[in-house]
Design a protein around this ligand. Structure first.
Ligand code: ATP
Ligand code: MG
Length: 571
């Protein structure tokens, strides 16, 4: 490929709306352009990278036993009504009607579609296990599309679905996919961690997210400082913190004017924060009030809260009127005196506290000597781990302290079990001729998000630093003065030699100043740059520069190919 034919409109300035580095650099490097909110066009450089990522994914899916198919993006509502998700998926689903008024959606994922396919095709245990996948556009009307390709409304996903005859088979398929994902992200040259994850709206028993470590990531992950435990903060399980037993003193109401926050309360009563109980009031999408209590220095994990409430899809902060109606007082709340029938969830650590401080459910008043085991007598009170892990908390596997780090969820694998096959009656006949539900798993990778994650992890002030495996081109050959025919011919000769040897090279034959071309090379981030200069031509050499390290070497023209090949194996 010649740069004079390449449509890569680079920019010197960053568009104002691009908040994260990957978005800024893809824009400036002439890789993507926005079509509308959360929708992007991939220009040639980006598309080359996308296709390389897809190729790596394809090879690993095929090697693990997957077979590629392609299902329609448009999906009839009936399948989703069968699974019960037509309502449950909510506003993220893009819905449309055809000319006859029949309802469809643009697929946000394909569990229903594939279950409907397989139930009509698979009859016998002899046809199992089966793994089918596709790579295609998905649609999700995200509440906040942002960060360019990281959270868009139309995006490319690889989704594979596994079908097994039993739980053991599903676990085997899951492990194959887990290993394939490990290979994929390793081959792409990314630093990543598989982390235990919440199963969210997809459902199912067990799940891992493959998280690319980067500060711009939206996932907070807890990583053990000793063992290999890692989990998203949404998921990380916590054991209750037990403290020394104390004599339970009598409950005492005290005036605490203006102490709306835990800090003020601790200041006012001169108690340590670990002796206080914090209340957070939520309302679900069905308007149910949920009061959650954690220790004063802990935070509520909303995902865990949501998982405790059957049928709820979303939480928002409760209205004051709802709190008052339940007998509570915003800012001064405890379970003591809350009306019967109100949903109350208490974190287990709270149940281990003695003589603590909690709200008195009236303005400017708290109780001292609250002993939850004695005082939280509300009927139906739920004691469940609902707190968010924080740095220093003990690892649930080995007890060593965890540290927190940020990452980008690039892929996720789920054990689905029989959730979809039972709802949609997808069965097979076993050896005895008995009907059994198919046992499923599903496995997604966001292709565009992975490209963005790679940039988040690999960049500097000059631009992108591509890992070789997913670089739009591996090498760029730049004649210092492209208007000089002899330099161009020399560069072309180097380029042809590389191409012939299978190196993915670009010839920058544009009649631009050297400075402009070098700036573009650094911005786009080709792993290697070969410079042809009059001095080098005279001496019979070329200059090879490694983008990642900035290291430059001058090698004889004859050694160029070999040097490039050996450098590429390290990048
Ligand atoms: P998130 O929690 O970030 O919204 P998700 O867990 O809903 O993502 P999955 O259903 O697991 O996403 O989809 C599989 C993969 O598709 C994700 O791991 C991610 O890489 C990608 N993906 C999901 N939503 C988007 C999006 N809005 N834009 C780009 N990629 C996405
Ligand atoms: Mg996910």
């Amino acid at each position: 490929m010649r740069a004079s034919n390449l449509y890569a409109p680079t920019l010197r300035n960053t568009p104002a709306e691009a908040e994260v580095v990957s978005h800024q650099l893809m824009y400036r490097a002439g890789m993507i352009r926005k079509s509308a909110g959360g929708m992007y066009t991939f220009l040639p450089l980006a598309w080359r990278t996308i296709r390389k990522i897809e190729q790596i994914i394809r090879e690993e899916m095929d090697a693990a036993g997957g077979q590629e198919i392609c299902m329609p993006i448009l999906q009839p509502a009936e399948f989703w009504q069968e699974s019960g998700r037509w309502g449950a998926y909510g506003e993220e689903m893009m819905r449309i009607k055809d000319r006859h008024g029949r309802e469809f959606c643009l697929g946000p994922t394909h569990e229903e579609m594939i279950t409907a396919l397989v139930r009509d095709e698979v009859r016998s245990y002899k046809q199992l296990p089966l793994m089918l996948y596709q790579i295609q556009d998905k649609f999700r009307d995200e509440r906040r599309p942002r960060f360019g390709l990281m959270r868009s409304r139309e995006f490319i996903m690889k989704d594979l679905y596994s079908f097994d005859r039993d739980e053991a088979g599903m676990r085997e398929s899951y492990q194959k996919m887990y290993d394939a994902y490990t290979n994929i992200f390793t081959r792409m040259g990314l630093e990543f961690r598989p982390v235990e994850a919440d199963t969210g709206a997809i459902g199912g028993a067990n799940s891992h997210e493959f998280t690319v470590l980067a500060d711009a990531g939206e996932s907070n992950i807890a990583v053990c400082t000793k063992c290999d435990y890692a989990a998203s903060d949404e998921k990380a399980e916590l054991k209750p913190i037990e403290v020394e037993v104390e004599d339970m003193l009598p409950l005492e109401k005290v005036a605490t004017p203006g102490t709306h926050t835990i800090e003020r309360l601790c200041d006012f009563l001169q108690v340590p924060v670990e002796k206080t109980i914090k209340a957070v009031a939520y309302q679900t999408d069905t308007d149910e009030l949920v009061l959650v209590f954690v220790r004063g220095d802990h935070e509520v994990n909303e995902t865990k809260v949501l998982n405790c409430i059957e049928g709820a899809l979303d939480l928002r902060m409760a209205d004051e009127s709802a709190i008052t109606a339940a007998g509570g007082c915003a800012g001064f709340m405890s379970p003591i005196g809350i009306k019967k029938g109100t949903k109350i969830i208490v974190d287990p650590t709270v149940m281990h506290m003695y003589n603590a401080v909690a709200g008195a459910n009236e303005k400017d008043a708290h109780y001292k000597n609250v002993n939850p085991q004695r005082d939280f007598t509300n009927e139906g009170l739920i004691v469940k781990d609902v707190r968010l892990i924080q740095a220093g908390d003990p690892c649930p596997h080995c007890g060593a302290p965890v540290r927190m780090t940020r990452g980008i969820e690039a892929g996720q694998v789920f054990m689905l079990g029989t959730k979809y096959s039972e709802a949609m009656h997808a069965v097979f006949l076993d050896e005895q001729g008995h009907e059994q539900p198919l046992v499923m798993g599903c496995y997604g990778i966001g292709v565009g998000r992975t490209m963005a994650a790679a940039i988040e992890q690999n960049n500097d002030e000059q631009g992108i630093i591509w890992p070789r495996a997913i670089a739009p081109f591996e090498v760029v050959v730049v004649p210092v003065n492209g208007k000089k025919e002899d330099q161009l011919a020399y560069a072309e000769d180097v380029y042809n030699e590389l191409k012939k040897a299978g190196v993915d090279a670009l010839l920058d034959d544009r009649p631009e100043r050297a400075g402009v071309k070098f700036k573009d090379c650094d911005l786009i981030g080709y792993p290697l740059r070969i410079t042809v200069s009059p001095k080098g031509m005279e001496a019979g050499t070329v200059e090879i520069k490694v983008r990642r390290t900035g290291e430059v070497q001058v090698v004889p023209r004859e050694a160029c190919l070999q040097t490039v090949q050996s450098l590429l194996t390290t990048l």
